[in-house]
Design a binder for this molecule. Structure first.
Ligand code: KG4
Ligand code: ZN
Length: 351
């Protein structure tokens, strides 16, 4: 295995991420983030109530090169200072992934630099290895310890992962239908809130009662660690049509829905802790930006006397810093296959 000492010092990785509606580029040096630029298209897609793949891909094109330019500028380096390139191979939207991958392949070929394809889900995990950018308990100090259990919650995925060492993932639970973020996005749309739904729901939840509506906690009493969130939409809609439409109703529905999703996530994680006995629990993905989830996650870790890690907000939602970190750890652990001969993998899984 490589150790830090044996790797070139001052190793610069230029990372690119375009799996959904964020055009992102970052420079990572020796595992530290020098720059992390995200050009979000969220406002554009809000009009449509969700991400429109063709619009996302078209918007990535003009944003890509300026985003890379900004990342280099903020890191105070030139393209010629780059040692490695990294890019998201999947999962994600085919046409969005293509823009980042084509750009990365072109730059890697012209600059004659090795290119490392990265799994977006692995990168959400590695957001927890950004030293200067995570919330963790004081006593655990340093980096997450293995074995670790990771809850990845994003717009497209809900996964519980048992990670024994770097690069070794066992998916012990996943959603059988909608992802946690999707549950927020779709129910937000039903009750007239904008896109993306997660931040809207959590904002309105601050003024609402989490016990006003008893929405289901799906699969919490089933054996195993899978999730199911699609039924929540129906439960919310069923209540919504019966009620007088007031601001208080929206706030109460938001708070009750948020509580149902979080109770389900934390409940399953708690059951998994009893079975897998991890040393650390980690959180990742866009929904990890949710303040109440972060609070309950921390509480669970403390109750179980576990070390824990939660990425700072900007490293929860999609960004290229986490792609650079995943590439860096692949280099450290000699798990690198640098190549320009690969295609986007919209359905890529963790393995
Ligand atoms: O990881 P991400 O940026 O993109 C994917 O890989 O899917 O996650 C986006 C998801 C969206 O569903 C969004 O509603 C959700 O993360 N999200 C939140 C919050 N901020 C973003 N969900 C709940 N509370 C938040 N504060
Ligand atoms: Zn993501």
């Amino acid at each position: 295995m490589y150790t830090l000492g044996r790797m070139k010092k001052g190793l610069n990785i230029l990372a690119i991420e375009t799996s959904c509606d964020e055009t992102a580029a970052a420079v990572v040096r020796d595992g530290k983030i020098l720059s992390n630029i995200v050009a979000s298209q969220a406002k554009l897609h809000a009009k449509f109530g969700g991400v429109v793949p063709e619009v996302a891909a078209r918007e990535h094109v003009p944003a890509m090169i300026p985003t890379i330019g900004l990342a280099l500028k903020e890191a105070s380096i030139k393209l010629s200072d780059i040692d490695y390139m990294a890019v998201t191979q999947g999962p994600g939207l085919m046409t969005s992934l293509l823009v980042g991958i084509d750009t990365a392949k072109t730059l890697a070929t012209v600059l004659k630099k090795p290119l490392i394809p990265i799994n977006h889900l692995e990168a959400h995990i590695y957001a927890n290895f950004i030293q200067e950018s995570r919330v963790r308990n004081q006593e655990s100090g340093g980096l997450p310890k293995f074995p670790a259990l990771i809850l990845i919650v994003s717009g497209g995925h809900t996964l519980l992962v048992n990670m024994k060492r770097h690069g070794q993932y066992e998916i012990i639970g996943e959603t059988v239908d909608d992802a946690a973020g999707e549950a927020f996005d779709k129910t937000a749309k039903l009750i007239g809130l904008g896109y993306p739904g997660g931040p809207q729901i959590s904002k309105h939840a601050e003024q609402g009662s989490p016990t006003k509506f008893n929405f289901p906690r799906p699969m919490l009493n089933n054996p195993g660690f899978n999730f199911s969130f699609s039924g929540l939409k129906t439960a919310v809609l069923y209540e919504f049509v019966k009620q007088k439409k007031t601001t208080q109703l929206i706030n109460d529905m938001s708070a009750s829905l948020q509580q149902a999703v979080i109770d389900t996530l934390i409940g399953k994680l708690s059951q998994a802790i009893k079975k897998y006995h991890p040393k650390t629990i980690m959180l990742g993905g866009g929904v990890a930006a949710n303040a109440l989830l972060r609070k309950q996650f921390e509480k669970l870790a403390k109750q179980n006397k576990l070390s824990f890690s939660i990425p700072k907000f900007e490293y929860c939602t999609d960004n290229a810093g986490m792609i650079g970190l995943a590439a860096y750890y692949r280099l450290l652990n000699k798990r690198v296959k640098a190549t320009t001969k690969f295609s986007p993998m919209p359905q890529m899984t963790l393995k």
